[in-house]
Design a protein around this ligand. Structure first.
Ligand SMILES: [Zn+2]
Length: 288
């Protein structure tokens, strides 16, 4: 739908985004972004209590699964490396090898658990919700409102909407790896979806997912490095259903939400993107 050069797009889940008008280019100035505070002295994950530790893994580097003691979710663990990392290593999630290690641990746990739906999430940088400087992946079962709630799509229906979006927006493809496709979309500027190439089969392999994520993180760190010198803060969300990866997103924090965006959640208005997903893709792909 196009009106006065404003393009309105329905996103998976039903809320629309709008972009265009007089805003047409990416903005790389983010004076509000800060460094990540990392302090092993005060870090709660540096020396966890014995009863918090679910399991310890040694892959050359040590990783742990910790119980999350303060959570609304029926199942909620954290996957953490043994020590705090420096900011550069943290911002890349340690590169592909460390990223695949964390995914491997998650996949093993998901295979053992009985929950239908499990979410894996990570927040990098304070603007993306990281409140402890020590890298920690969340692994949780979010089934608070059951799938039959009339207010929520949930499960297969949500998955179908994401796959429908990525299939009808091939032109927004950012990259593809062996099993995963990355397509720009979602409610936040710069956001992209990760979907298995065989949409309804799902995937179990953490290798292709880790490769895609690592490439996306590196690409955005380079292309969306701010004029102040920061790679974007970002979060990653991965949805597993019936023990397989179904879809996920990478969400960089490139702007802030204002009043119109919160009215959008009530269904009043579209979410305004400061530039379109098309412009993001063009910016990521220039001179590649
Ligand atoms: Zn720490």
């Amino acid at each position: 739908m196009e009106e006065n050069n404003i393009v309105v797009t329905q996103q998976p889940g039903g809320i629309c985004t709008a972009a265009g008008g007089t805003r047409k280019t990416v903005k790389l100035s983010r004076p509000w972004q800060t460094r990540i505070k990392i302090n092993p002295e005060t870090c709660p994950f540096e020396k966890p209590e014995e009863q918090e530790i679910v399991k310890t893994y040694d892959f050359g580097g040590v990783w742990m699964r910790l119980k999350n003691l303060y959570t609304p979710f029926p199942y909620h663990e954290l996957i953490v490396p043994e020590t705090c990392w420096d900011e550069e290593r943290l911002r890349s999630l340690g590169g592909i090898v460390e990223l695949v290690t964390a995914l491997d641990i998650a996949v093993k746990v998901i295979e053992e658990r009985s929950e239908n739906k499990i979410i894996m999430g990570v927040h990098v940088g304070p603007l993306a919700g990281q409140n402890q400087g020590h890298l920690h992946y969340h692994l949780l079962s979010p089934d608070l409102a059951k799938d039959e709630s009339p207010l929520l799509l949930g499960g297969r229906a949500s998955e179908d909407e994401v796959h429908g979006y990525t299939q009808s927006n091939e032109h927004l493809t950012i990259l593809e790896s062996s099993g995963v496709k990355v397509v720009a979309g979602g409610h936040r500027v710069g956001q992209c979806f990760l979907v298995p190439k065989e949409p309804f089969a799902g995937i179990t392999a953490s290798g292709s997912l880790g490769e895609s994520l690592s490439r996306v993180i590196d690409l955005y760190a380079e292309r969306f490095r701010s004029t102040e010198g920061f790679a974007p803060d970002y979060m990653i969300g991965l949805m597993f259903r019936e023990k397989k990866f179904r879809y996920g997103f990478y969400l960089p924090i490139l702007n802030h939400w204002g009043t119109t965006e919160y009215f959008a959640l009530f269904g009043e208005e579209p979410v305004i993107l400061p530039w379109s997903h098309e412009v993001t893709v063009g910016h990521l792909q220039r001179n590649q």
